[in-house]
Write a protein that binds this ligand. Sequence first.
Ligand code: BEZ
Length: 180
Amino acid sequence: MFAQKLPDVTFHTRVRDESIEGPNPFRWEDKTTADYFAGKRVVLFSLPGAFTPTCSTYQLPDFEKLYPEFQAEGIDEIYCVAVNDAFVMNAWAKAQGVEHVKVIPDGSGEFTRKMGMLVCKDNLGFGMRSWRYAAVVNDGKVEQWFVEEGYSDNCDTDPYGVSSPQNILENLRARKTEAA
Ligand code: BEZ
């Protein structure tokens, strides 16, 4: 069963620190689930891996482009989580030139496992990774899930549709219209 409340975990991030000299001015900074999610309404999306084609060509860039439209629907932040360490997530965000979407490293997969979304991708040599999903999360509670079909280990396909930013925006707008 998928979690209705986000699990409390500590994410091990790397942040730039200008006080550090040398070619690699970064330090570790631990951030908790509450640091990212408390008091905010956010879209969280998760994918099988940084630098993979669908994620790099469509999902991350489209969330980045549509960020102002999500803001207009009452979304404070867009977070991208993957079972990749902080070095990989930061390198991917830099390569993609993202300014709005914030990446969250879940290198050990603890968050993803506790969300009920950890799957085996040994068929691709990936080990344990996240199933592709998104969720609207309000103050740490899941308002709505967008889970791609076929959740399974070693899945032959990589469905991408319901967790797209376009689909989530459509849902947010429809719910606003219904509530009006
Ligand atoms: C993709 O995003 O295209 C992808 C994800 C996982 C494995 C292979 C490709």
